[in-house]
Design a protein. Structure first.
Length: 332
């Protein structure tokens, strides 16, 4: 696929989400015409696309729909030069409560997108996976060859979706590449994620910051770097039929991350772990470190934003939009 996006037509499913809205913005800045599929709601709420500037939204066609509706998906895919499939039901804790919903959206929705891409002859599709598919690491760094393990209904549903994408490439030659981001963070992320949970509590002036387990270690990637990863994979022919990890290749514990946030925002605050926020012991993934060799050597992607810079930019956003967060309420 040509590297120039000028005049190209891109469909982004899940465009109103955290990563999706940043990807839409990045594509617009590259000259693409973007069709943004946003989950239907009666409020005509475009989600995080509301943060795009009016001149950016002039290049975006918003379609309200649902990836669980095959007809809606096919109409949205028609005419696209590239489909970025990000629509998914996310949030690990909620998957313990409503596992069937995850299968319907993440597996069934992905099947609808793959089938539409096949029928429409779309030249390129990028399917979104997650590092949660690996489960607790069996090796120091996690490469794409690491075994998959469904340690939560959420991760199991994403593994199922990934395997459908693989099957469509192998069965029908569908030009699909899979991106597997490690923990993405940044402005617009909801409070169900750990960093916004920390920062919103700090920004509100709380002296005690409530978190779950402080021991898990994560490989954090700033959202603009993840968005560049999507585009780089779409541009790379060698990524077709394969999975590509996108991550920094560095790790930090939740406790260390919380301490960094405290030092930046409210040095007098203290951190406590509460039982209500701790995940089931056998479900918690304790350590994730990305082996990003393939991303660097095959796709040509490398992270650009340091963790400290990214946390500061996220803190600034949350400080300016604290009304979006229900501080003190645990969001699963």
């Amino acid at each position: 696929m040509a590297n120039s996006w000028q005049g190209k037509r891109a469909l982004v499913t899940g465009a109103g989400g955290f990563i999706g809205s940043h990807l839409v913005q990045a594509l617009v800045h590259r000259g693409a015409k973007v069709r943004a599929l946003v989950h239907y709601n009666s409020r005509n709420d475009y989600g995080n696309l509301a943060f795009l500037a009016p001149d950016e939204m002039e290049q975006v066609e918003v379609v309200m729909g649902d990836v669980q509706d095959g007809g809606c998906v096919e109409r949205s895919v028609e005419g696209a030069d590239c489909v970025f499939h990000l629509a998914a039901l996310i949030g690990i804790p909620y998957s313990y409560v409503a596992p069937r919903s995850y299968v319907s959206t993440n597996v069934g929705g992905t099947l609808n997108v793959l089938e539409a891409v096949r029928k429409c002859g779309t030249p390129r599709m990028v399917h979104t996976s997650t590092s949660e598919c690996y489960g607790t690491a069996l090796t120091e760094r996690i490469s794409e060859a690491h075994p998959l393990q469904g340690q939560s209904p959420y991760s199991a549903s994403k593994i199922g979706a990934d395997k459908l994408a693989e099957s469509y490439f192998l069965s029908f030659g569908t030009p699909v590449a899979t991106i597997r981001p490690f923990n993405t963070y940044g402005p617009r992320q909801s409070a169900r994620a750990v960093l916004p949970t920390m920062l919103s509590q700090l920004a509100s002036g709380r002296d005690v910051i409530e978190l779950g387990s402080l021991d898990p270690q994560r490989d954090l990637t700033f959202v603009t770097d993840t968005a560049r990863g999507f585009i780089a994979i779409a541009e790379c022919d060698a990524a077709l039929g394969a999975v590509t990890n996108i991550g920094n290749g560095k790790t930090i514990s939740i406790g260390e991350l919380a301490q960094m946030a405290v030092e930046m925002v409210r040095p007098s605050a203290r951190i406590v772990s509460t039982d209500t926020r701790v995940r089931p012991a056998k479900s918690e993934v304790m350590r994730l470190i990305c082996d990003n060799t393939r991303a660097r050597e095959v796709v040509g992607w490398e992270p650009q934003v340091s963790l400290r810079e990214g946390v500061q930019r996220t803190a600034d956003f949350i400080r300016d939009h604290l009304d979006l967060f229900r501080v003190g309420q645990y969001t699963i």
